[in-house]
Write a protein that binds this ligand. Sequence first.
Ligand code: PDD
Length: 284
Amino acid sequence: MSICYLNGGFVPRSEARISPMDRGFLFGDGVYEVIPVYGGRAFRLDAHLARLERSLAGIGIANPHSHAEWADLVQRLVAAHHWPTQAVYVQVTRGADTVRNHAFPQDLPPTVFMTADALAPIPAEQLERGVSAVSAADNRWLRCDLKTTALLANCLLRQLAVEQGCAETVLFRDGFLTEGSASNIFVVKNGVLLAPPKSHLMLPGITCDVVLELAARHGQATEVREIREEEVHAADELWLTSSTKEVLPITQLDDKPVGAGYPGPVTLAMIDWFVQARREECGA
Ligand code: PDD
């Protein structure tokens, strides 16, 4: 049975109820986090909670909990489930109003919802052969740095991939790489790892930061700079990162092989470094 946390208490997820007047439901007026848990321990919890704080501040919701309170809630939620590997979802909305009104209501208690699901290991075949992706114009709003629950554009963009039997949609704005519909994207060219600079056009991914950290630690040449669309199509290697997909090779883009069409040496090294890092940090 899945247990969730809603506004102060832990209840079976099937029994949790929120008001249809919740601004998260009416307007997508909320923010969220997805935190991976390995061996019962949340990976990079502090970074996730710091980003939650930034997202809340970015949309003008007072953080309802201290860092220690959040950490305690995450731990209790994780302990309520037997899966060693989980994805914890945290959502805070501006709360349930009495009328539908775009303007922020005063003194409304936010809705806090947390749930956990088993996080399946990445299938060996996907790691060995990579996944396929399509590309599309990034037509989202200009605050993609905030992790808001208003994800309709991301869902529509992801669906483009799904309808073509692909795993992800790689997004370009004005001819430059931004990110994936639910991931960050890395390029390898001539042995150099390329990543777009953080800006309001992309989510500052926690896994992205881990990858940049690991590249520096292991002496992998890296450039953080604007990446032109043509460079992505001419990449030797390509991968995506996210809290649920870790480091996942993309070996086909728009029906064409990426590089040789299988995960390259930098990708394979990064996957190893990543698994090692999370084992070190979470002991799993
Ligand atoms: N999404 N960019 C977007 C648009 C995302 O939605 C995500 C993650 C990322 C990667 O961020 P991180 O490494 O911190 O998970 C980048 C989560 C997993 C989701 O919406 O389910």
